[in-house]
Design a protein around this ligand. Structure first.
Ligand code: AMP
Ligand code: SF4
Length: 498
């Protein structure tokens, strides 16, 4: 290790810190990014509370609000000041935590996690918080993000004889924490973080404290709030609203925040790096009622829609959002264009992730289960359909057909971000590059495929303007292929060298 030095904000250090990887924008590397290893690939939400008598119950409420960030497993770990206990399960927060389970989790400190993983990795083993006992005591860790060098350092640790209990990238942090030669918790944690690269917004629970940590580039959000005498941390501020907590500030990139009986202690474990906040949080992933990276998601999305209307106007009678994520951009599009907004597609919120189709099922049953057009609004009208993104193109194609079948005379598709050409390695579940339709098709070819009359994507400049990115603070890699860190194998599987 190159000597990790913890410092309070403002305290100057330099030489002891890790050298940071320069931004990567080289086509030779990203052309070879074809297949993501499912083992290191998930979306998550994290929550923590310090100093509340019903910490587990508050955490469950927090997880409810963060459910959109991951629906496959949920977990809570608590401490009563002397002992850590936890419960994890597959499913939503309300299914995993009955009143009986919550009552069995006593304590005034807690962390929680909600997770979505790709197929093959849905087992309980990988549910978080991950909990271990080591020479530094009991620790529970919950992680949002993805460590790009986890496969390499895991191989290295396994070669030394370490045994892993999960296939999650998060576990490497615990291994380095446990084997750190440092004795204090903050120093050991900083020691571990010195080894990892990529995206991590972490909450860590110890017997008497909670830690909130954000990677030096601040890929994923993490914010601090106050609830009476207690402090809370959450991926998004919508979790604060439900429990009547007030937002204080974001955990800064490169900051380690300690919540304990002394209040809040803020340490820096890394010097500031060029920020790389995930722009997709504003485009699609976060809830519109959240503040993310200090900005209203709703306001960003409406502005995306306004700029989209300026860049790609349409001659049409109504603007119809693809619910739910297309709604704010459609509001902005309608406002800017003067074309009335109509809720012409109704979403069924009760459809789960899996559905057994009857043998005579229609080709479009999947999408019809989720969305139904309002024929009385659509019939005989020229429709602008507004959605946040086209990923594989299959949903958009079905939705366009649905709207035409409901009697639309023209369908003009408008997308509130640029074409998605590259996969994410920082904790958003996206398909491989080959499956991203925009990586292999022109806009005109996509228009033909989805069978729209016209198709318009927001420009990169429009996207940056809408989220207030005047100084390159955002990661835009899914639209530019310019990744802010190196991406190591086997996150990258070289399939094509042409
Ligand atoms: P597709 O058929 O693959 O083009 O799906 C496009 C739809 O997926 C859009 O309606 C988006 O709102 C939604 N979407 C965009 N990104 C994601 C994501 N990372 N995970 C799940 N759905 C997404
Ligand atoms: Fe966000 Fe895309 Fe960057 Fe991933 S690659 S962090 S989804 S902007």
């Amino acid at each position: 290790m190159k000597g990790v030095v913890l410092r309070r904000p403002g305290q100057k250090t330099s030489a002891d810190f890790r050298d940071h990887q320069p931004a990567l924008s080289c086509p030779e590397i990203y052309r070879s990014v074809e297949l993501q290893d499912d083992h290191f690939h998930d979306q998550c939400g994290v929550f923590a509370v310090y100093g509340h008598p019903e910490a587990a119950k508050i955490t469950q409420l927090g997880l409810y609000s963060l459910q959109h960030r991951g629906q496959e497993s949920a977990g809570i770990a608590v401490s009563d000041g002397s002992f850590l206990a936890h419960h994890k399960g597959m499913g939503h927060a309300n299914e995993v935590f009955s009143a009986e389970v919550l009552n069995s989790l006593p304590g005034h400190i807690a962390i929680g996690h909600t997770r979505y993983s790709t197929s093959g990795e849905t087992d309980l083993r990988n549910a978080q918080p991950l909990t271990v006992s080591c020479q530094k005591g009991q620790v529970a860790l919950a992680h949002n993000g993805n460590l790009v060098n986890a496969p390499a350092i895991r191989r290295e640790l396994e070669a030394r004889g370490d045994i892993f209990q999960t296939t999650s990238d998060t576990e490497v942090i615990l291994h380095y924490f446990a084997r750190s030669k440092q004795t204090g918790i903050p120093e050991s944690l900083a020691d571990a973080l010195d080894r990892v690269q990529g995206a991590y917004s972490l909450v860590a629970l110890f017997k008497e404290s909670v830690y909130g940590v954000r990677d030096p580039r601040g890929f994923r959000p993490l914010c601090l709030g106050r609830l009476g005498d207690a402090y809370v941390l959450a991926s998004e501020t919508c979790a604060f609203d439900l429990i009547n907590a007030s937002y204080i500030r974001d955990v800064e990139p490169g900051e380690m925040m300690i919540l304990d009986r002394r209040g809040i202690t803020s340490l820096r474990f890394s010097p500031p790096a060029q920020p790389a906040h995930c722009v997709f949080e504003h485009v699609y992933f976060s809830r519109p009622d959240s503040l993310v990276f200090g900005r209203s998601v709703q306001a960003s999305r409406e502005q995306l829609g306004r700029l989209l209307a300026r860049e790609h106007p349409a001659e049409a009678d109504i603007v119809v959002p693809v619910p739910d994520s297309g709604v704010p951009a459609a509001i902005g599009f309608a406002e800017e264009s003067g074309i009335p907004l109509k809720i012409g597609l109704i979403r069924n919120h009760y459809v789960g992730r899996t559905f057994i189709e009857p043998s005579q099922a229609s080709r479009d049953l999947g999408v019809k289960l989720k969305l139904n057009p309002v024929r009385s609004l659509i019939e005989g009208r020229r429709v602008v359909l507004v959605d946040d993104s086209i990923i594989r193109g299959t949903t958009s194609r079905k939705i366009v057909r649905l709207v035409r079948d409901a009697g639309a005379t023209e369908v003009h598709m408008r997308i509130s971000c640029p074409p998605t050409v590259s996969p994410c390695f920082y904790g958003i579940d996206t398909p491989t590059r080959q499956e991203l339709i925009a990586s292999t098709h022109s806009v005109e070819a996509i228009r033909k495929y989805i069978e729209a009359d016209t198709l318009g994507y927001l420009s990169l400049e429009g996207l940056r303007r809408a989220v207030g990115d005047h100084d390159g603070r955002y990661c835009l890699a899914c639209y530019t292929s310019s990744y802010p860190t190196t991406i190591q194998e086997p996150l990258i599987t070289i399939r094509h060298r042409d």
